[in-house]
Design a protein around this ligand. Structure first.
Ligand code: ADP
Length: 230
């Protein structure tokens, strides 16, 4: 669950990056956030991770009221969120398995659980055959699948995908969104930031459009993929 109530963010430089933004994304929802460069998308993601604080208004994420959250509780909040970046951020010296297992090792998960959970999430993203490959042996689409498995491994309530298709071939972009949709169908809330309007139009669903720190529209549209079947 994500809720912004009349949230504004003004950077110390004086830039108003978000201006009285209110929105709610319920558990289990899938929402696209679209907007051009400088619109305030990254600022919104930083708010949700409590990397920055709202200048005004209230932010709630997965049951935490971020304005009241103690610094020492921030790691607990972040463990409820999986993040997928445009540039994958895999560790080059680690295999696919190790990249994913690493997330569980740093939170001291039991070894037995790691041995069960990691192959499971690798199978969810369809990369069993690449389990022992290194990132430089993978295509862009495969790297992003590893990053999605890594975001999933800790069973987060919410996945934030920040331009996840920005560095991969357009035809593979659809597969990445399909994968995120499948994960969403299993109950994980997904917020995907993108500026690829074709992709959004194809899939449809909830679209939150931001420009100059304000919500221009927040609506649900029918997708091209669905109309093929109707
Ligand atoms: P987007 O992710 O949509 O490209 P951002 O959230 O990065 O937009 O930026 C929104 C606005 O805030 C822009 O005008 C940007 O220049 C400004 N901005 C972003 N980060 C900072 C910062 N750390 N300090 C000052 N201004 C910033």
């Amino acid at each position: 669950m994500v809720e912004l109530k009349d949230v504004s963010v003004t950077y110390s430089s004086g830039v108003d990056a978000l201006n009285h933004v209110s929105l709610k994304i319920n558990d289990g929802d899938f929402a696209f956030v679209v907007g051009s460069s400088g619109a305030g998308k990254s600022t919104m993601i930083k708010l949700l991770l409590k990397e920055i604080d709202a200048t005004e208004g209230k932010v709630y994420v997965n049951g935490y009221h971020l304005g009241k959250l103690k610094r020492r509780k921030i790691p607990e909040l972040r463990r409820t969120i999986g993040i997928v970046f445009q540039d994958f951020r895999l560790i080059p010296s680690m295999t696919v398995y190790e990249n994913i297992a690493f997330v569980l090792r740093v939170i001291d998960a039991p070894a037995k659980y790691i041995r069960k959970r990691v192959p499971y999430v690798i199978s969810l993203v369809g990369l069993q055959a690449k389990t022992n490959s290194y990132p430089n042996e993978l295509s862009g689409g495969e790297k992003q699948r590893v990053a999605i498995a890594r975001a999933l491994v800790n069973d987060p309530k919410l996945i934030i995908a920040d331009e996840p298709t920005g560095n991969i071939d357009p035809e593979l972009s659809y597969e990445i969104v399909e994968l995120l949709k499948g994960i969403n169908a299993c109950g994980t809330t997904i917020l995907m930031v993108t500026h690829e309007h074709d992709l959004v139009r194809y899939f449809g669903g909830r679209i939150i459009n931001i420009a100059q720190g304000e919500i221009v529209y927040d609506e649900i549209i029918g997708g091209a993929d669905e109309s093929e079947w109707n």
